[in-house]
Design a protein around this ligand. Sequence first.
Ligand SMILES: NC(=O)c1ccc[n+]([C@@H]2O[C@H](COP(=O)([O-])OP(=O)(O)OC[C@H]3O[C@@H](n4cnc5c(N)ncnc54)[C@H](OP(=O)(O)O)[C@@H]3O)[C@@H](O)[C@H]2O)c1
Length: 300
Amino acid sequence: MAEPVHILVTGGAGQVGLALRRAAWPAEVVIHAPDHAELDITDPAAVAAAFARTPFKAVINAAAYTAVDKAETDREAAFAVNATAPGLLAAAAARSGAAMLQVSTDYVFDGSKSAPYVEDDAWGPLGVYGASKLAGEQAVLAAHPRAVILRTAWVLSPDRANFLKTMLRLAADRPALRVVEDQIGCPTSAADIAETLKTLTLRFLADPGAPSGVYHFVNAGETSWAGLARHILTLSAARGGPTATVEGIPTTDYPTPARRPANSRLATDKIARDFAIHPRPWQDAVAEIVDQLLTERAAA
Ligand SMILES: NC(=O)c1ccc[n+]([C@@H]2O[C@H](COP(=O)([O-])OP(=O)(O)OC[C@H]3O[C@@H](n4cnc5c(N)ncnc54)[C@H](OP(=O)(O)O)[C@@H]3O)[C@@H](O)[C@H]2O)c1
C-alpha cells in the first residue's frame, strides 16, 4: 500500500473547502479539512501544532474573510485572515517542504479594463476585502518560493450563502427581482475550482518543479449579475422550482458599502497553457448546481 499523502485544506466548511473535501482524490491522499473552529488560521500556535502533528505534503488555503461589505469597517480582521495568516501558512508549508496553494480573487482589480484580466495586469483593489486578498497574495509569494495563487470569481455552489441560492430564495417569495446589470464576470462553480486545485496539487506532488505563480481560473464565458439571475431562474422554472422575472438595474441603484469591479472577467489562457486546464461553460456549471439544489429540495 502506498504511503499516505497528507494535504491540509483550511476553511474546510466554506464553499471551496467543502468542494475540496468532496473531490475524488487518489486513494493514498488523506485530506485534512478543519473548519474555522477546528483550525483558526490566524492563530499561529494552532497552525504550528497542526504542522507538528501531520507531515503535510501540500496546503490549500481555502479559508478567507469573504464578507466584502463588512470588511469595509472590519479592516483589521479582514487583513488578519486574508493577508497575515496566508503568509504564516505559506512559511510553515515552505519549512515543511509542502506545496502551497492560495485561493484569491478578481477583486484585486479595479474593473476598469475593457477585456478580461490577465495574471500580470496592474492591481487596483476598490475595497478592503480586495486589498486584504492582494496583501495575502504578496505575503504567500514572499514566504514560499513555489507557491500557486489561484484567482477566481463569482463562486457558486450548493453550499453556504451565495448569489445562486439567494436568487432561488428570493424568487420563492417575489414575482420580480431587480438585479445589477452593469457588472460583468464569469460565474464559477466551487466544484470546478476544487477540481482545478486538485489537478495543480497532484501535479506539484509529482513534479515539485511544476510552473508556479499566479493563475486565473473561472468557468468559460461571461455574463452580468442580472444575466446570471435570469439563467438561474429559467433553469429553475424548467425544473419546477421557484422563478421570477428579472429587471436589470445599474449599480448606482443598488448602493453597497464596498465598491465592486464593473469588469470581473478573468482570462484563463495561462492555466490552459501550463496545466492543460480548460474550464467548462458557466451555464453548465450553474445547471449542475441548480439540479443539486432542486433535487435536495424535492427529497426533503
Ligand atoms: N465567494 C466568492 O464569490 C469568491 C470570489 C472570488 C474569490 N473567492 C475566494 O475563494 C476562496 C474560498 O471562498 P468561498 O467562497 O469558499 O468562501 P466561504 O464559503 O466564505 O468560505 C470561507 C471559509 O473560511 C472560513 N474562515 C474564515 N476565517 C477563518 C479563520 N480565521 N480560520 C479558518 N477558517 C476561517 C469560514 O468559516 P466561518 O464562516 O465559520 O468564519 C468559511 O468556512 C477565498 O479565498 C475567497 O477569497 C471567493
